[in-house]
Design a protein around this ligand. Structure first.
Ligand code: PGA
Length: 254
């Protein structure tokens, strides 16, 4: 990470875990543990938990995020949630294009782009995810896949909107598997992503964009990953469900 140029962000992704009452208890426990954080602290929670999370973190340095957002403002999209609904509820960040959504819910590079655009236009910080599968890594096409996903995700976004875009590099083979990318692998791909952003928007925008690593980041390996020049934080699944582990990662970020 390079704190002089860009923000360090430690974001939890709870996935389909925690009820509203568990959310309240978690946030009350976590808040005093991370008051000294130097990085941005974000917890992305299930939609139903958002009101509890926002209420329990009022006046703290914890930001509440969502795990998805629809790209239309309103209408006949049963089960979906708009960007305006999120902002009005007090949400500041949203995970977009997580590989679980790509794999299980038909998310494509195109819809990731639409959702990213809708989020930033509404003033949200998009945490847009990219990453290769194990098969793609073994075929030697990681750089191509991640570059393509990044380029398509950013179609139509201008340099000003890039201020609200965070990219999360999440190799699919490392998510929830306990198999973390090495710090070198994470650095290599985060640098590729930064180069793609530089080719699209110039070096200043690329240097100002936070690029996170995600995939089995935990209390033990976070410091080594976060030491890398182009790794500006983490998107953390399993380890974000425990206040002690998550706090350790927040402190590893400085
Ligand atoms: P994990 O999940 O930390 O449990 O591997 C990361 C993610 O999916 O964002």
């Amino acid at each position: 990470m390079n704190r002089n140029l860009r923000k360090t962000v430690i974001a939890g992704n709870w996935k389909m875990n925690m009820t509203p009452s568990q959310t309240t208890a978690f946030m009350k426990e976590l808040s005093p543990m991370v008051t000294d954080a130097v990085c941005d602290v974000v917890l992305c929670v299930p939609a139903i938990d958002i009101p509890a999370a926002v209420a329990a973190t009022a006046g703290t340095n914890i930001h509440v995020g969502a795990e998805n957002v629809h790209f239309e403002e309103k209408g006949a999209f049963t089960g979906e949630i708009s960007a305006q609904m999120l902002t009005e509820a007090g949400v500041t960040h949203v995970v977009i294009g997580h590989s679980e959504r790509r794999q299980y819910f038909g998310e494509t590079d195109h819809t990731v782009n639409l959702r990213t655009k809708a989020a930033v236009e509404a003033g949200l910080h998009a945490i847009t995810c990219v990453g290769e599968t194990l098969e793609q890594r073994e075929q030697g096409i990681t750089a191509e896949i991640v570059s393509m996903q990044t380029k398509i995700a950013l179609l139509g976004l201008d340099a000003d909107e890039m201020k609200r875009v965070i990219i999360a590099y999440e190799p699919v083979w490392a998510i929830g598997t306990g198999k973390t990318a090495t710090a070198e692998q994470a650095q290599e791909v985060c640098k590729i992503i930064r180069d793609v952003i530089a080719s699209l928007y110039g070096d200043n925008v690329a240097q100002a964009t936070s690029i996170l690593y995600g995939g089995s980041m935990n209390a033990k390996n976070a410091a080594e990953l976060l030491e890398k020049e182009d790794v500006d934080g983490g998107l953390i699944g399993g380890a974000s469900l425990k206040t002690a582990d998550f706090t350790t990662i927040v402190h590893a970020a400085g």
